[in-house]
Design a protein around this ligand. Structure first.
Ligand code: ZN
Length: 319
C-alpha cells in the first residue's frame, strides 16, 4: 500500500484520471493489432510530476500496448486523450532533471558533433527543448542560431533565460514557425510522447528548408535489450504512447517526405549515482549496496556512457 500512496498523490492542477480514446495505428492507419501487454495503469490517478517527467521512475505502469498487424508499429491503445496529454506536459515540473544536467550536456555535445557533420551552421529549432540544455550547447559551443518549442511552462521559462533565441511555450502546431525557415530541427526523446507523431513530423518538414536536416531520437522497441527485458523493459511507461523501431520510424519519416541519411545508436552519459538510482524500481537489493560502493569509491558524481543499443537517432533530410 505504501507504494500506491506515491502514485495516488493527486494534483489539483489537472484532471486526475485521463480519459482514454481508442486509436488506429499512428503509422499506417490500420485497426488490426495484437495485444503485446495488457493495461497496467488501470485507471490510476495520473500525476504529471510522477508520470510525465523525463526522469520518471514510474516503470511498469502503462496502458494497453498493442502491435499493428499491418505495419508492426507498437503503440498504446487506448491512449489518454490528446488534451489531457497536453495539459499534463504544460503542468509538469522536473527538478531532478536539473540535478542530472551534466550528463545531458555531455550527451548533447556528442549529438551535436554528429549533427554538425551534416549541417555545420544555421538556424536550429529544438522541439520539446525542455529547460534549454541542448539549445544552450548548440548556441554557445557550436554557434547555431537557436530557438525552441516547449509545452511545460516551468521548463520554457528556464530555457528562455538561457539562450538568446526565442522559446515558444505550447505544442508545435501552435508555434510561430517560419515555413522553410530552418536548417536543422531536432526532436530528442520526444516523439514517443506524441499522440499522433505524423502530424508533428509534417509540421517539422514544413519548417525545414530544402536540404535541411531533421534529427530525431527515440528508444528502439525491437532492440535486443527490449526483447530480453520483455515487459520489464524500462521504457514501457504511461507517458510513452508510440514505441518505434528503426524500421517503423524510418517508414514514418519516408511517408512524410524525408530521405534517411543516417541511423546511429545513441550513447547516453549519466552520473553513476543516477544510473544506480534507476535500478531502484527493479532491484533495490542490488541498487542499495551499489550506491554505497559508488560513494566509497568516490565515483558517484562521475558520468559514464551507457549504450544498451535501445536508443537511436535518425538523421533525415528534406529533399
Ligand atoms: Zn500500422
Amino acid at each position: 500500500m505504501e507504494k500506491a500512496s506515491e502514485t495516488l498523490r493527486t494534483t489539483d492542477r489537472v484532471a486526475a484520471v485521463p480519459p482514454k480514446v481508442d486509436v488506429a495505428c499512428p503509422l499506417c492507419g490500420a485497426d488490426r493489432y495484437v495485444v503485446r501487454f495488457p493495461d497496467r495503469f488501470e485507471g490510476r490517478p495520473l500525476d504529471p510530476d510522477v508520470h510525465y517527467t523525463s526522469t520518471s521512475n514510474a516503470y511498469g505502469q502503462h496502458g494497453r500496448i498493442v502491435k499493428c498487424r499491418s505495419c508492426s508499429l507498437v503503440y498504446m491503445n487506448p491512449r489518454p486523450h490528446q488534451q489531457s496529454v497536453q495539459d499534463n506536459y504544460a503542468a509538469v515540473e522536473d527538478t531532478r532533471y536539473v540535478e542530472e544536467e551534466q550528463g545531458r550536456v555531455e550527451t548533447f555535445t556528442e549529438s551535436l558533433e554528429h549533427l554538425s557533420r551534416f549541417v555545420p551552421s544555421g538556424r536550429l529549432l529544438d522541439v520539446g527543448c525542455h529547460i534549454g540544455t541542448f539549445l544552450e550547447v548548440a548556441e554557445s559551443a557550436f554557434g547555431y542560431e537557436v530557438s525552441g518549442v516547449e509545452p511545460s511552462r516551468w521548463a520554457a521559462a528556464i530555457a528562455r533565460e538561457r539562450i538568446n533565441g526565442s522559446v515558444h511555450c505550447g505544442p508545435i502546431e501552435d508555434a510561430p514557425i517560419v515555413e522553410g525557415g530552418y536548417d536543422v530541427v531536432t526532436l530528442w526523446d520526444v516523439i514517443e510522447h506524441l499522440p499522433d507523431p505524423a502530424i508533428d513530423i509534417r509540421a517539422i518538414f514544413g519548417a525545414l528548408r530544402p536540404g535541411g536536416i531533421f534529427a530525431v531520437s527515440t528508444m528502439d522497441v525491437e532492440s535486443w535489450f527490449a526483447r530480453i527485458m520483455g515487459r520489464r523493459w524500462p521504457w514501457y511507461m504511461q507517458m510513452h504512447l508510440v514505441y518505434f523501431s528503426r524500421a517503423t520510424l524510418s517508414e514514418m519519416l519516408r511517408r512524410e517526405g524525408f530521405v534517411i541519411d543516417d541511423v546511429v545508436l545513441h550513447t547516453r552519459r549519466v552520473r553513476v549515482s543516477y544510473l544506480i538510482s534507476r535500478l531502484d524500481a527493479y532491484a533495490p537489493f542490488i541498487s542499495k549496496p551499489l550506491a554505497a560502493l559508488a560513494r566509497r569509491l568516490k565515483v558517484a558524481d562521475r558520468t559514464i556512457g551507457v549504450k544498451l543499443g535501445d536508443i537511436f537517432t535518425v538523421i533525415a533530410r528534406k529533399p
